[in-house]
Design a protein around this ligand. Structure first.
Ligand code: KG4
Ligand code: ZN
Length: 349
Protein backbone atom coordinates (compact mmCIF):
# COMPACT_ATOMS: atom_id res chain seq x y z
CA UNK A 1 0.00 0.00 0.00
CA UNK A 2 1.27 3.46 -0.92
CA UNK A 3 0.48 4.87 2.55
CA UNK A 4 2.96 2.45 4.16
CA UNK A 5 5.97 3.63 2.16
CA UNK A 6 8.88 4.88 4.26
CA UNK A 7 9.45 7.88 2.06
CA UNK A 8 6.33 9.63 0.85
CA UNK A 9 6.70 11.10 -2.63
CA UNK A 10 4.22 13.27 -4.52
CA UNK A 11 4.32 14.04 -8.23
CA UNK A 12 2.99 17.53 -9.03
CA UNK A 13 1.77 18.73 -12.43
CA UNK A 14 1.15 22.38 -13.35
CA UNK A 15 -0.48 23.46 -16.62
CA UNK A 16 -2.91 26.24 -15.69
CA UNK A 17 -1.28 29.10 -17.61
CA UNK A 18 1.77 29.26 -19.87
CA UNK A 19 4.18 26.98 -18.02
CA UNK A 20 4.10 23.21 -18.29
CA UNK A 21 5.85 21.98 -15.17
CA UNK A 22 6.35 18.77 -13.20
CA UNK A 23 8.16 18.00 -9.98
CA UNK A 24 8.65 15.35 -7.34
CA UNK A 25 8.95 16.26 -3.66
CA UNK A 26 9.16 14.06 -0.60
CA UNK A 27 7.88 14.39 2.96
CA UNK A 28 11.37 15.42 4.15
CA UNK A 29 10.92 18.69 2.24
CA UNK A 30 13.32 17.63 -0.49
CA UNK A 31 12.81 18.57 -4.11
CA UNK A 32 13.73 15.37 -5.97
CA UNK A 33 13.29 16.91 -9.41
CA UNK A 34 11.71 19.94 -11.04
CA UNK A 35 11.25 20.66 -14.72
CA UNK A 36 9.60 23.77 -16.12
CA UNK A 37 8.94 24.41 -19.78
CA UNK A 38 7.88 28.02 -20.42
CA UNK A 39 5.89 28.70 -23.55
CA UNK A 40 7.41 32.18 -24.03
CA UNK A 41 8.31 31.59 -27.67
CA UNK A 42 4.78 30.40 -28.46
CA UNK A 43 3.17 33.58 -27.10
CA UNK A 44 5.86 36.25 -27.59
CA UNK A 45 4.59 37.57 -30.93
CA UNK A 46 1.11 38.08 -29.41
CA UNK A 47 2.52 39.94 -26.38
CA UNK A 48 0.44 37.77 -24.01
CA UNK A 49 -0.83 34.25 -23.41
CA UNK A 50 -3.19 32.84 -26.08
CA UNK A 51 -5.32 30.19 -24.31
CA UNK A 52 -5.80 27.85 -27.30
CA UNK A 53 -2.10 27.87 -28.16
CA UNK A 54 -1.27 27.27 -24.47
CA UNK A 55 -3.60 24.25 -24.24
CA UNK A 56 -2.10 22.61 -27.33
CA UNK A 57 1.44 23.25 -26.11
CA UNK A 58 0.62 21.68 -22.71
CA UNK A 59 -0.80 18.62 -24.50
CA UNK A 60 2.37 18.27 -26.53
CA UNK A 61 4.75 18.55 -23.56
CA UNK A 62 2.98 17.25 -20.46
CA UNK A 63 3.82 13.54 -20.71
CA UNK A 64 7.40 14.25 -21.83
CA UNK A 65 7.97 16.50 -18.81
CA UNK A 66 6.51 13.92 -16.43
CA UNK A 67 8.95 11.34 -17.80
CA UNK A 68 11.82 13.82 -17.45
CA UNK A 69 10.86 14.61 -13.84
CA UNK A 70 10.55 10.90 -12.96
CA UNK A 71 13.89 10.07 -14.63
CA UNK A 72 15.73 12.97 -12.97
CA UNK A 73 14.47 11.85 -9.56
CA UNK A 74 15.31 8.22 -10.40
CA UNK A 75 11.79 7.13 -9.40
CA UNK A 76 9.11 4.92 -10.91
CA UNK A 77 5.34 5.39 -10.61
CA UNK A 78 5.31 2.58 -8.01
CA UNK A 79 7.48 4.78 -5.76
CA UNK A 80 4.86 7.54 -5.64
CA UNK A 81 2.44 8.09 -2.74
CA UNK A 82 0.07 10.41 -4.63
CA UNK A 83 -0.29 12.47 -7.78
CA UNK A 84 -1.24 16.15 -7.50
CA UNK A 85 -2.29 18.55 -10.23
CA UNK A 86 -3.33 22.18 -10.48
CA UNK A 87 -7.10 21.75 -10.82
CA UNK A 88 -7.73 25.50 -11.31
CA UNK A 89 -8.13 28.40 -11.36
CA UNK A 90 -6.63 29.01 -14.77
CA UNK A 91 -7.05 28.67 -18.50
CA UNK A 92 -9.43 25.77 -18.76
CA UNK A 93 -7.83 24.05 -21.78
CA UNK A 94 -4.48 23.79 -20.04
CA UNK A 95 -6.00 22.79 -16.68
CA UNK A 96 -7.91 19.99 -18.44
CA UNK A 97 -4.70 18.61 -19.94
CA UNK A 98 -3.04 18.40 -16.51
CA UNK A 99 -6.12 17.04 -14.75
CA UNK A 100 -6.75 14.29 -17.31
CA UNK A 101 -3.07 13.30 -17.25
CA UNK A 102 -2.98 13.16 -13.44
CA UNK A 103 -6.23 11.19 -13.25
CA UNK A 104 -4.88 8.66 -15.74
CA UNK A 105 -1.69 8.14 -13.72
CA UNK A 106 -3.71 7.86 -10.49
CA UNK A 107 -6.09 5.32 -12.01
CA UNK A 108 -3.41 3.18 -13.68
CA UNK A 109 -1.10 3.10 -10.66
CA UNK A 110 -3.74 3.02 -7.89
CA UNK A 111 -2.61 6.33 -6.40
CA UNK A 112 -4.57 8.98 -4.54
CA UNK A 113 -5.49 11.88 -6.86
CA UNK A 114 -5.16 15.39 -5.39
CA UNK A 115 -6.59 18.46 -7.14
CA UNK A 116 -4.58 21.42 -5.88
CA UNK A 117 -5.85 24.97 -6.12
CA UNK A 118 -3.10 26.80 -8.04
CA UNK A 119 -3.28 29.69 -5.56
CA UNK A 120 -2.89 27.30 -2.64
CA UNK A 121 0.20 26.01 -4.43
CA UNK A 122 1.67 29.52 -4.35
CA UNK A 123 0.42 30.10 -0.80
CA UNK A 124 2.06 27.02 0.74
CA UNK A 125 5.40 27.07 -1.14
CA UNK A 126 7.15 29.12 1.54
CA UNK A 127 6.47 26.28 4.01
CA UNK A 128 8.61 23.98 1.87
CA UNK A 129 11.62 26.29 1.89
CA UNK A 130 11.30 28.12 5.26
CA UNK A 131 9.99 27.16 8.70
CA UNK A 132 6.76 29.15 8.27
CA UNK A 133 4.01 28.33 10.77
CA UNK A 134 0.23 28.79 10.52
CA UNK A 135 -1.31 31.33 10.84
CA UNK A 136 0.65 33.68 8.56
CA UNK A 137 0.00 36.82 6.60
CA UNK A 138 0.35 36.35 2.85
CA UNK A 139 0.69 38.78 -0.03
CA UNK A 140 -0.20 36.68 -3.06
CA UNK A 141 0.77 38.60 -6.17
CA UNK A 142 0.83 36.94 -9.57
CA UNK A 143 -0.32 37.43 -13.15
CA UNK A 144 -3.94 36.62 -12.34
CA UNK A 145 -4.25 37.66 -8.69
CA UNK A 146 -3.30 40.22 -6.08
CA UNK A 147 -4.65 39.45 -2.62
CA UNK A 148 -3.84 39.78 1.06
CA UNK A 149 -4.80 36.71 3.05
CA UNK A 150 -4.37 35.16 6.43
CA UNK A 151 -3.38 31.53 5.90
CA UNK A 152 -4.84 29.73 8.91
CA UNK A 153 -4.07 26.22 7.69
CA UNK A 154 -4.22 23.96 4.66
CA UNK A 155 -7.48 24.89 2.92
CA UNK A 156 -8.18 27.66 5.43
CA UNK A 157 -7.87 31.16 4.05
CA UNK A 158 -9.23 34.45 5.36
CA UNK A 159 -9.21 37.04 2.58
CA UNK A 160 -8.45 40.56 3.82
CA UNK A 161 -8.60 42.23 0.42
CA UNK A 162 -7.81 41.94 -3.25
CA UNK A 163 -7.63 43.87 -6.46
CA UNK A 164 -10.77 45.55 -7.71
CA UNK A 165 -9.48 45.55 -11.30
CA UNK A 166 -6.09 44.37 -12.68
CA UNK A 167 -3.52 42.32 -10.82
CA UNK A 168 -0.01 43.67 -10.21
CA UNK A 169 1.44 41.12 -12.65
CA UNK A 170 -0.99 42.22 -15.35
CA UNK A 171 0.07 45.83 -14.79
CA UNK A 172 3.75 44.85 -15.19
CA UNK A 173 2.90 42.92 -18.37
CA UNK A 174 0.81 45.74 -19.88
CA UNK A 175 3.43 48.38 -19.11
CA UNK A 176 6.07 46.15 -20.72
CA UNK A 177 3.89 45.79 -23.80
CA UNK A 178 3.25 49.56 -24.06
CA UNK A 179 6.96 50.29 -23.73
CA UNK A 180 7.98 47.35 -25.93
CA UNK A 181 10.63 46.27 -23.44
CA UNK A 182 10.07 42.57 -24.10
CA UNK A 183 7.98 39.57 -23.09
CA UNK A 184 7.45 38.31 -20.39
CA UNK A 185 6.77 41.72 -18.88
CA UNK A 186 7.62 41.52 -15.18
CA UNK A 187 11.28 40.52 -15.34
CA UNK A 188 11.94 42.95 -18.20
CA UNK A 189 10.33 45.90 -16.41
CA UNK A 190 12.35 45.03 -13.30
CA UNK A 191 15.57 44.93 -15.33
CA UNK A 192 14.84 48.28 -16.98
CA UNK A 193 13.81 49.80 -13.62
CA UNK A 194 17.32 49.12 -12.30
CA UNK A 195 18.70 51.37 -15.06
CA UNK A 196 16.06 54.07 -14.57
CA UNK A 197 15.36 57.11 -12.38
CA UNK A 198 12.33 56.34 -10.20
CA UNK A 199 11.91 60.01 -9.30
CA UNK A 200 11.50 61.27 -12.87
CA UNK A 201 7.78 60.53 -13.20
CA UNK A 202 5.14 60.85 -10.49
CA UNK A 203 2.57 58.17 -11.04
CA UNK A 204 -0.54 57.90 -8.86
CA UNK A 205 -0.70 55.37 -6.04
CA UNK A 206 -4.31 54.13 -6.27
CA UNK A 207 -6.03 53.24 -2.96
CA UNK A 208 -3.33 54.95 -0.86
CA UNK A 209 -4.84 56.30 2.32
CA UNK A 210 -8.10 54.39 1.87
CA UNK A 211 -9.31 52.00 4.54
CA UNK A 212 -9.08 48.24 4.00
CA UNK A 213 -6.73 46.01 2.03
CA UNK A 214 -8.01 46.26 -1.55
CA UNK A 215 -5.76 47.04 -4.53
CA UNK A 216 -6.26 48.80 -7.84
CA UNK A 217 -3.81 48.99 -10.73
CA UNK A 218 -5.84 50.11 -13.73
CA UNK A 219 -5.51 53.86 -12.98
CA UNK A 220 -1.75 53.45 -12.72
CA UNK A 221 -1.67 51.63 -16.02
CA UNK A 222 -3.66 54.45 -17.66
CA UNK A 223 -1.31 57.04 -16.16
CA UNK A 224 1.65 55.18 -17.68
CA UNK A 225 -0.11 55.07 -21.07
CA UNK A 226 -0.77 58.82 -20.98
CA UNK A 227 2.80 59.50 -19.92
CA UNK A 228 4.06 57.49 -22.91
CA UNK A 229 1.72 59.34 -25.28
CA UNK A 230 3.03 62.69 -24.01
CA UNK A 231 6.66 61.91 -24.73
CA UNK A 232 7.98 63.63 -27.82
CA UNK A 233 10.62 60.96 -28.13
CA UNK A 234 10.48 57.69 -26.23
CA UNK A 235 14.20 57.16 -25.70
CA UNK A 236 15.59 54.00 -24.11
CA UNK A 237 16.46 56.04 -21.00
CA UNK A 238 12.92 57.41 -20.77
CA UNK A 239 11.58 53.85 -21.02
CA UNK A 240 13.80 52.81 -18.12
CA UNK A 241 12.74 55.88 -16.10
CA UNK A 242 9.06 55.01 -16.70
CA UNK A 243 9.71 51.41 -15.58
CA UNK A 244 11.43 52.61 -12.40
CA UNK A 245 8.71 55.17 -11.58
CA UNK A 246 5.95 52.63 -12.32
CA UNK A 247 7.56 49.96 -10.12
CA UNK A 248 7.95 52.47 -7.32
CA UNK A 249 4.20 53.28 -7.49
CA UNK A 250 3.26 49.57 -7.44
CA UNK A 251 5.42 49.01 -4.37
CA UNK A 252 4.08 52.13 -2.64
CA UNK A 253 0.56 50.76 -3.01
CA UNK A 254 1.57 47.34 -1.72
CA UNK A 255 3.26 48.96 1.27
CA UNK A 256 0.18 51.07 2.12
CA UNK A 257 -2.19 48.08 1.84
CA UNK A 258 0.15 45.92 3.89
CA UNK A 259 0.12 48.39 6.78
CA UNK A 260 -3.61 47.80 7.13
CA UNK A 261 -3.27 44.03 6.70
CA UNK A 262 -0.55 43.78 9.36
CA UNK A 263 -2.75 45.69 11.79
CA UNK A 264 -5.64 43.26 11.21
CA UNK A 265 -3.32 40.22 11.33
CA UNK A 266 -1.84 41.25 14.68
CA UNK A 267 -5.30 41.89 16.01
CA UNK A 268 -6.95 38.61 14.95
CA UNK A 269 -3.87 36.34 15.13
CA UNK A 270 -1.78 37.54 18.08
CA UNK A 271 0.34 34.36 17.88
CA UNK A 272 1.08 34.77 14.16
CA UNK A 273 4.73 35.60 13.40
CA UNK A 274 5.25 35.30 9.67
CA UNK A 275 4.86 37.60 6.69
CA UNK A 276 5.06 35.70 3.40
CA UNK A 277 5.02 36.74 -0.24
CA UNK A 278 4.16 34.39 -3.11
CA UNK A 279 3.32 34.36 -6.81
CA UNK A 280 5.20 35.55 -9.90
CA UNK A 281 5.56 39.19 -8.78
CA UNK A 282 7.27 37.91 -5.62
CA UNK A 283 10.25 37.27 -7.92
CA UNK A 284 10.76 41.05 -7.99
CA UNK A 285 13.70 41.98 -5.75
CA UNK A 286 12.37 45.49 -4.95
CA UNK A 287 9.03 44.00 -3.86
CA UNK A 288 10.92 41.53 -1.65
CA UNK A 289 13.08 44.31 -0.18
CA UNK A 290 10.03 46.39 0.74
CA UNK A 291 8.42 43.40 2.46
CA UNK A 292 11.59 42.55 4.33
CA UNK A 293 11.81 46.12 5.63
CA UNK A 294 8.14 46.07 6.59
CA UNK A 295 8.55 42.80 8.49
CA UNK A 296 11.57 44.19 10.35
CA UNK A 297 9.68 47.31 11.39
CA UNK A 298 6.64 45.40 12.59
CA UNK A 299 8.41 42.52 14.33
CA UNK A 300 7.38 39.85 11.84
CA UNK A 301 9.58 37.23 10.17
CA UNK A 302 9.72 37.66 6.41
CA UNK A 303 9.82 34.60 4.16
CA UNK A 304 9.72 34.31 0.39
CA UNK A 305 10.26 31.24 -1.76
CA UNK A 306 13.48 31.23 -3.81
CA UNK A 307 12.95 33.24 -7.00
CA UNK A 308 12.56 30.21 -9.27
CA UNK A 309 9.71 28.92 -7.07
CA UNK A 310 7.79 32.24 -7.25
CA UNK A 311 6.73 31.97 -10.87
CA UNK A 312 4.66 28.94 -11.84
CA UNK A 313 6.37 25.60 -11.30
CA UNK A 314 5.63 21.98 -10.49
CA UNK A 315 7.19 22.02 -7.01
CA UNK A 316 4.44 24.27 -5.62
CA UNK A 317 1.77 21.81 -6.79
CA UNK A 318 3.70 18.78 -5.55
CA UNK A 319 4.29 20.42 -2.14
CA UNK A 320 0.66 21.56 -1.69
CA UNK A 321 -0.29 18.01 -2.72
CA UNK A 322 2.08 16.67 -0.06
CA UNK A 323 0.57 18.93 2.63
CA UNK A 324 -2.88 17.59 1.71
CA UNK A 325 -1.68 13.99 1.46
CA UNK A 326 -0.10 14.16 4.94
CA UNK A 327 -3.51 15.25 6.26
CA UNK A 328 -5.13 12.27 4.55
CA UNK A 329 -6.88 14.46 1.97
CA UNK A 330 -7.50 13.43 -1.63
CA UNK A 331 -10.06 14.05 -4.35
CA UNK A 332 -12.40 11.90 -6.35
CA UNK A 333 -11.68 11.11 -9.99
CA UNK A 334 -14.98 12.93 -10.66
CA UNK A 335 -13.20 16.22 -9.90
CA UNK A 336 -13.93 18.76 -12.62
CA UNK A 337 -11.28 21.25 -13.73
CA UNK A 338 -12.20 24.73 -12.49
CA UNK A 339 -11.50 27.94 -14.45
CA UNK A 340 -12.59 29.95 -11.36
CA UNK A 341 -11.73 28.69 -7.88
CA UNK A 342 -11.40 31.30 -5.10
CA UNK A 343 -9.19 30.24 -2.20
CA UNK A 344 -12.00 31.01 0.20
CA UNK A 345 -14.06 28.21 -1.41
CA UNK A 346 -11.40 25.70 -0.41
CA UNK A 347 -11.60 23.49 2.59
CA UNK A 348 -9.35 20.98 4.27
CA UNK A 349 -12.46 18.81 4.78
O1 KG4 B 1 2.59 33.16 -10.63
P1 KG4 B 1 2.82 33.39 -12.06
O2 KG4 B 1 3.98 32.69 -12.73
O3 KG4 B 1 1.55 33.02 -12.90
C1 KG4 B 1 0.25 33.24 -12.42
O4 KG4 B 1 -0.21 32.43 -11.59
O5 KG4 B 1 -0.32 34.27 -12.83
O6 KG4 B 1 2.96 34.95 -12.27
C2 KG4 B 1 3.26 35.51 -13.51
C3 KG4 B 1 3.28 37.01 -13.34
C4 KG4 B 1 3.41 37.74 -14.68
O7 KG4 B 1 2.47 38.79 -14.72
C5 KG4 B 1 4.83 38.24 -14.63
O8 KG4 B 1 5.03 39.43 -15.39
C6 KG4 B 1 5.03 38.48 -13.16
O9 KG4 B 1 4.41 37.40 -12.54
N1 KG4 B 1 6.46 38.51 -12.82
C7 KG4 B 1 7.10 39.60 -12.33
C8 KG4 B 1 8.46 39.22 -12.19
N2 KG4 B 1 8.60 37.93 -12.61
C9 KG4 B 1 7.36 37.51 -12.98
N3 KG4 B 1 6.64 40.82 -12.00
C10 KG4 B 1 7.54 41.70 -11.53
N4 KG4 B 1 8.87 41.44 -11.39
C11 KG4 B 1 9.36 40.21 -11.71
N5 KG4 B 1 10.66 39.94 -11.58
ZN1 ZN C 1 0.75 31.22 -10.61
Amino acid sequence: MSSEKAEKIVLGIESSCDETACALVNDKREILSSVVWSQYDEHRRFGGVVPEIAARAHLEKCDLLIKEAMDKAGKRFEDLSAVAVAGGPGLIGGVLVGVMTAKTIALCHHLPFIAVNHLEGHALTARLTSPVQFPYLLLLTSGGHCQLLIVEGVGKYRRLGGTIDDSAGEAFDKVAKMLEVGYPGGPNVEKRAKEGDEKRFHFPVPMKGRAGCDFSFSGLKTAVRMCIEHQEELTEQTKSDICASFQKAVIAQMSDRLDHAIEIFKDVCPTGKDLVVAGGVAANQSVRNMLEEKAKKTGLIFSAPPIKLCTDNGVMIAWAGMERHLLGLSDSLDFRARPRWPLTELSAK
